[in-house]
Design a protein around this ligand. Structure first.
Ligand code: 5GP
Length: 184
């Protein structure tokens, strides 16, 4: 396969984590990039596994030193992908999945246009709000902020190579498998 970088985005609460995890369980030659963030860990999250949790100062130092392939500010926190991390995983022979927001994805598209861009969409916007609230991990203000991102994200999604609707996890995973096959 000549395209080894897959960039996956989708609204918060769309279930993209579940889709990606199911895909990864079936395809051991793929790794999920571990991003850096300045947000606090949620219960059950581990440093170095879910994210590298950095302070604002540490993150901004990495920005100044040009260490990120891309980074973005989302819901008032920084999120970014270290160049070195991706290069190492590719060198080790893995295909790499970046699960990043649309601002970051469009930066990657400029630098690595041959990467494959997949947007995971909810069956409907009402369903998205329902899922986000069902998670019970965010307060109302955070939920409102994230929902206001919806139309901006939909506009950016037009620049992706594929949109996969997550109406059913197994079906969405099969569709991603088809996309991967096509990219070989
Ligand atoms: P969460 O706080 O729910 O883990 O993630 C919030 C958003 O940040 C999600 O849309 C996720 O895809 C995005 N995100 C996670 N890591 C990165 C990253 O390294 N870069 C960018 N641009 N977005 C990221």
């Amino acid at each position: 396969m000549n395209k080894k970088l897959f960039v996956i985005s989708g609204f918060s609460g769309v279930g993209k984590g579940t889709v990606i995890n199911r895909f990864m369980q079936k395809h051991k030659d793929f790794v999920l990039s571990v991003s850096c963030t300045t947000r606090k860990p949620r219960p059950g999250e581990t440093d170095g596994v879910n994210y590298f949790f950095l302070s604002n100062e540490e993150f901004e130092k990495n920005i100044r030193e040009n260490k990120f392939l891309e980074y973005a500010k989302f819901a008032e926190h920084y999120y970014g992908t270290k160049k070195k991390y991706i290069e190492e995983k590719l060198r080790e022979g893995f295909h790499v999945i970046l699960e990043i927001d649309t601002q970051g994805a469009l930066q990657v598209k400029k630098k690595i246009p041959e990467a494959v861009f997949i947007f995971i969409a909810p069956p409907s916007i009402e369903e998205l709000e329902h899922r986000l609230r069902g998670r019970h991990t965010e307060d109302e203000e955070t939920i409102q902020k994230r929902l206001s991102q919806v139309s901006i994200e939909l506009e950016r999604a037009k620049q992706y190579d594929y949109t996969v609707v997550n109406d059913d996890v197994d079906r969405a995973v099969s569709e991603i498998e088809e996309i991967v096959k096509k990219s070989e």
